[in-house]
Design a protein around this ligand. Sequence first.
Ligand code: HPA
Ligand code: ZN
Length: 336
Amino acid sequence: MPKAELHVHIEGTLEPELMFTVAERNKISLPYKSVEEASKAYNFKNLQSFLDIYYRSTHVLLKEQDFYEITWNYLKKASSQNIRHTEMFFDPQAHTSRGIQFETVFMGILNAMKEGAKNLGISSKLIMCFQRCMSVESAMETLLLSLPYKEWIIGVGLDSSEAGYPPRIFASVFDRARKEGFLTVAHAGEEGPPEYIWQALNELKVVRVDHGIACVKDLQLVHKMKTEKIPLTICPLSNVKLHIFDSLADHNLKQLLDMGLQITINSDDPAYFGGYLNENFLAIQDILHLNHNDIYQLAKNSFQATFLTAKEKAKLLKELDNFTLKQKHTITEKIS
Ligand code: HPA
Ligand code: ZN
C-alpha cells in the first residue's frame, strides 16, 4: 500500500550491523561484543533507558559518509515498503555536542535524500529536533547553526526525555524558528501528561503532534485536535517496547481513529523497536481488529498529514485510490 511515514528518527534507523561496520571504520569501541549482544541489549524499561542506549550508539557516527549511509539504508528500506514520502527527524545536538560539525551531519543526510529522490523515487523532508533534556541556549545555538541550510529543513521538533521537561521551556526557540519560516512539531503526550500537548499546541504552535496518545485523558483536548484536524503521529511498536502500553492489544490507536482524530502509523526508531512501517501495520491490524477501511484511512491520513503541497498530496492520494481500486478488482475476480 502506498503511504507516508512522518515520525522516524534517522539515528533510530542505525541497525546493529551498520553500527559495527561504522564503529570499526572509525575505530570507536562499542559496549557490545557482537551484533547479537547489541540486539539483546535492546530491552527497555522506559523512554530514558532507551535514550541512554540510543545516544550511546550515535557515537560511532563521525563522518559525512556515516550520516549518508544510515539515511540511504533507511530510504532503501522505506522505498521497499512502498513508503512514497517520508519526513525524518534528526538530532543535531547528539552530534555537535561531540564536536561534529553541523554541516557534516546535514550534508550526509541531504545527499542521501537527493539520491533517494533520483534513484528510488522516494520524496523526503527533514525535521530538526531539539533535545528537551538539553538547555534552551543549546537549542537556540542549534537553530542558528541550521539557518544557512533552512531551505532544506521543513520544520523543527522537540524530542528526548519528556517527563519533567514541559514544552513551554522552549517557547522562545520555537518563536524564533517560526519567524525563520520553519513549521513546528513536538513529541508530547508520549510519557508526559495532556497538559504537555496543550502547551505544544498553544505555546509552541505545533501543527502536528508526535505520539500524543495521552490526549484521550482530556476530552476537551481531543475535541480541539479533532476540530482543528491536528494530526498525531503514532508509533505502536515503540509504545509497547517503551512500556507506554503493556501490549499492542491495549493500544488506544483504534479508539483515537474511531473518535475521528487524524492519526498516522509510524516506526519511530525501527532499528530498536522491532520493525519498520510495514511491521507496525502488520502487528496492529489483527490484534486491534482493523478493517480494510481503517487501514485505508490510516494511509490516507499519512498523506494528508504531510508537509507536502496540496498538489503533491493529491497526486499521492490518487495513487492510493488507484491501488485500493485495483485490490478490490482482484478480490472480486477471485470470488467470481
Ligand atoms: N521519544 C522521544 N525522543 C526520542 C524518541 C522517542 O520515541 N526516539 C528518539 N528520540
Ligand atoms: Zn520519536
